[in-house]
Design a protein around this ligand. Structure first.
Ligand SMILES: Nc1nc2c(ncn2[C@@H]2O[C@H](COP(=O)(O)OP(=O)(O)OP(=O)(O)O)[C@@H](O)[C@H]2O)c(=O)[nH]1
Ligand SMILES: [Mg+2]
Length: 182
């Protein structure tokens, strides 16, 4: 009893909030963070119904990951009491499906709404994952380097200048890879 209390005191707790449109890959990323690697676990995923909070331990930290289902029906609800999600948060991860070119604008719109609700300069880390950037991604006339570069430029131009964020390319199919977009 005593020792578990002590453990709790020395462990750092980290709260991460995952946001993004439906089907962007949030729950899959959460599973990767939890160490679930079986591909079948990803294929059988159902859309997340509203908020799902998962707790796990890694190294000397206790993580709580808030996975906010991205289906349209839930989005407005989050903004009714967004403080609840910001409170105690160390890091927001906003996930965008890079393969879903037709919904880039909607993804950006939702992200800006999130950023505006966090309040600039409050010290919380904000990462944007350009997700499904798979190693075997095949470019075509719809999705290619130019389309992605234009989108990145649009992201950079839309985010308020004082807001700190990092942009990454990510994929659950890469053997751990996370590269900063310059
Ligand atoms: N190609 C590819 N597919 C992925 C990747 N990550 C997730 N997916 C697929 O994308 C689909 C949606 O993934 P989810 O993790 O359920 O998406 P979500 O963002 O949690 O969706 P909601 O719960 O509806 O908000 C699944 O079929 C995953 O297998 C990736 O890196 N590459
Ligand atoms: Mg989900």
């Amino acid at each position: 009893m005593e020792s578990s209390k002590k453990d709790k005191e020395t462990k750092q707790s980290i709260k991460i909030v995952l946001l993004g449109l439906d089907n962007s890959g949030k729950t899959s990323i959460l599973n990767c963070l939890k160490g679930i690697k079986a591909i079948s676990a990803f294929n059988s995923l159902m859309p997340t119904k509203g908020l799902d909070v998962e707790h796990f331990q890694a190294l000397n930290s206790e993580y709580s990951i808030w996975d906010l289902g991205g289906q349209k029906a839930y989005l407005d609800e989050y903004f009714n009491d967004f403080k609840k999600y910001v409170k105690g948060t160390n890091k927001f991860i906003y996930v965008i499906d890079i393969q879903d070119v037709n919904r880039y604008d909607i993804a950006l719109e939702y992200m800006i709404k999130v950023i505006n609700s966090i309040e600039i300069q409050n010290g919380i880390e904000f990462s944007i994952f350009l997700h499904k950037f798979d190693p075997d991604l095949v470019f075509d006339s719809n999705l290619n380097e130019n389309v992605i570069d234009d989108f990145i430029r649009k992201i950079r131009g839309t985010i308020p200048p004082k807001f700190n964020y990092s942009l990454y390319r990510t994929s659950i199919y890469a053997i751990f890879e996370k590269s900063t977009v310059i």
